[in-house]
Design a protein around this ligand. Structure first.
Ligand code: NAP
Length: 518
């Protein structure tokens, strides 16, 4: 069992009592009393705090952190060791002592004596690095176990990249419930959740965002509701969003809700990966070297869509032919024998949105005239999809050279944006950001050009109905919103990840809610 622990970090007993109440309501499984946060800490306040915390019946860790390792109030070593020894006497289930202090003779002797007198209390030996990963992580654990074999060994270090988490995963694989390994920062979020799959002794969450005691700590509520902490076990399969940034993506909310709706033992994590091809390659090499992590697939976003394609090409892995033609992979699956498969669901999502609205099959787009506005990533995916089924495409773009290059590649026509006033295509697709929030009063197509026989598709999904779509509707044209493309690509990813159809009602509802919150 991996305990879901929260720090109680009030400045006085009353605020700690309020935090204790919230912690119990949040359904946490262990409390860490951060006594170093208490103003004018003394033995009497410690006793009051432990007495209040014991009423919750939850196991208690007492910590009195050294300022050098992230503690508050710069307390003296004498007071800190005395507080920890006293906590043992008062029946704390665990105390957390920095390894660096434990090996100092006075400090360590005080702690060992107290533990010898009350064998019920267990010792956590800890080490922290708020800047970067430890260079010698495994050695630190070995030293801690050598210093006190019955200890639970804990490290918490700053992860500046998802790749920094793998050392922590390796330690947890080796030591399981005798260890705690937390990666702090946005890039370390997944380590807090995967700790349960790896049977760590505990992982930390906060009772609310403002009460986080370390960077990257997420709330207990989010841990339980969004990441379904309670149902994570050794069999859980993990998926993730790999990119930079990932913090504001609605991907984790949406995919996890769909996994839950289908009762699948799967969890989707944000994975912050800065850097370029080298760091991306390292990430996938780390994944394929650790089948036991059960990481089975990834959504790939900026800046790694081309890196994902190049990785798969370099390793001779499977790449969906159209993804290779588009030149970008936005979905990776890790299959049998650690083989990587690369796909592009952006074009699938767009093609499905279009054909669903027109109530036709993809191949019925053959011969239809399509005006694609834009020549960036989205346009490229859509042009490739349309060209594949033989639509007659004209690409309109602000930067003419980009329109020309894309047109040459997919054997279509090109024109400048000014030529949109002469547009008479059956299908119009906006693949620029024109009309996107906050400049919602703009449209790439003059409204007088919109006709009832047209199908007008705007890939922009914020707002859900752009000015272009409003004017197309008024002209009597059929309209398709970027939201449909967005959920179409997510549904296709779900299918590639799980080999099951996506629960579309859940996907729609959760995506709308999540976009509404943005
Ligand atoms: P991108 O690669 O950066 O391309 C941007 C395109 O928009 C380029 O063609 C650019 O023209 C054009 N553009 C940008 N600002 C413009 C302006 N003020 N006037 C005229 N043209 C302008 O971006 P992308 O990934 O293709 O994304 C484009 C849009 O597609 C996004 O805004 C997004 O709303 C939408 N999208 C939707 C989904 C979905 O799931 N619904 C998915 C992906 C993208 P230049 O070449 O001249 O710079």
């Amino acid at each position: 069992m991996t305990y879901l622990a929260v720090p109680i970090s009030g400045e006085n007993i009353q605020s700690c009592q309020e935090q204790l109440k919230t912690a119990v309501q949040a359904g946490v499984e262990m409390l860490e009393l951060r006594t170093d946060y208490i103003e004018s800490l003394d033995a009497d306040k410690l006793k009051q705090l432990i007495t209040a915390a014991k009423q919750t019946s939850l196991p208690l860790i007492v910590t009195c952190r050294d300022a050098e390792q992230g503690g508050q109030n710069d307390l003296t070593a004498a007071l800190r060791s005395q507080i920890l020894a006293e906590a043992v006497k008062l029946g704390a289930d665990l105390i957390d002592c920095e390894y660096a202090n434990f090996i100092k003779s006075n400090f360590g002797e005080t702690i060992k004596k107290a533990l010898a007198e009350n064998k019920k209390t267990r010792l956590i030996l800890s080490a922290h690095n708020f800047k970067e990963p430890f260079g010698n992580l495994d050695e630190i654990y070995e030293q801690m176990f050598a210093a006190f074999p019955a200890a639970i060994a804990k490290t918490a270090y700053q992860a500046n990249h998802i790749n920094d988490c793998f050392a922590a995963f390796d330690v947890l694989k080796k030591y399981g419930s005798k260890a705690i390994a937390i990666c702090m920062g946005q890039a370390g979020v997944s380590s807090r959740i995967m700790a349960k799959k790896l049977d760590a002794f505990l992982t930390f969450a906060s009772i609310e965002d403002t009460a986080a005691t370390a960077s990257g700590q997420i709330t207990a509520e989010k841990m339980k509701k969004q990441y379904r902490f309670d149902s994570i076990n050794n069999e859980t399969e993990f998926f993730g969003l790999i990119g930079d940034p990932v913090g504001h993506s609605i991907g984790p909310v949406v995919h996890n809700a769909c996994f839950e709706a289908e009762n699948l033992n799967c969890v989707y994590l944000p994975m912050l990966a800065a850097g370029g091809q080298t760091q991306f390659d390292e990430f996938l090499d780390n994944i394929t070297a650790r089948d036991w992590l059960n990481m089975r697939g990834f959504s790939v976003t900026i800046p790694h869509k081309v890196n994902a394609l190049e990785y798969a090409e370099e390793k001779g892995e499977y790449i969906e032919p159209l993804a290779a033609q588009i030149g970008a992979v936005n979905t990776l699956t890790v299959g049998l024998n650690k083989r990587i498969n690369g796909y592009n669901t952006d074009y699938t999502g767009a093609m499905d949105a279009l054909t669903d609205a027109m109530d036709i099959r993809r191949k019925q787009l053959h011969g239809k005239t399509a005006a694609v506005i834009g020549a960036g990533g989205a346009a490229r995916a859509i042009v490739a999809g349309l060209a594949d089924v033989g639509a007659k495409i004209t690409i309109y773009n602000r930067t003419i050279s980009k329109a020309q290059n894309l047109a040459a590649e997919f054997d279509c026509r090109w024109a400048s944006l000014e030529n949109l006033k002469n547009i008479d295509a059956e299908i119009i697709i906006n693949c620029t950001s024109i009309g996107m929030h906050p400049k919602t009063d703009a449209s790439p197509v003059p409204k007088e050009c919109l006709k009832p026989m047209m199908v007008v598709f705007d890939t922009v999904y914020n707002p859900l109905e752009t000015l272009l779509l409003q004017q197309a509707k008024q002209a009597g044209a059929k309209t398709v919103g970027g939201f449909e493309m967005f959920i179409g690509q997510a549904a296709e990813q779900f299918k590639l990840f799980t080999h099951k159809d996506c629960p579309m009602d859940t996907l729609r509802k959760i995506t709308l809610e999540a976009l509404g919150e943005k």
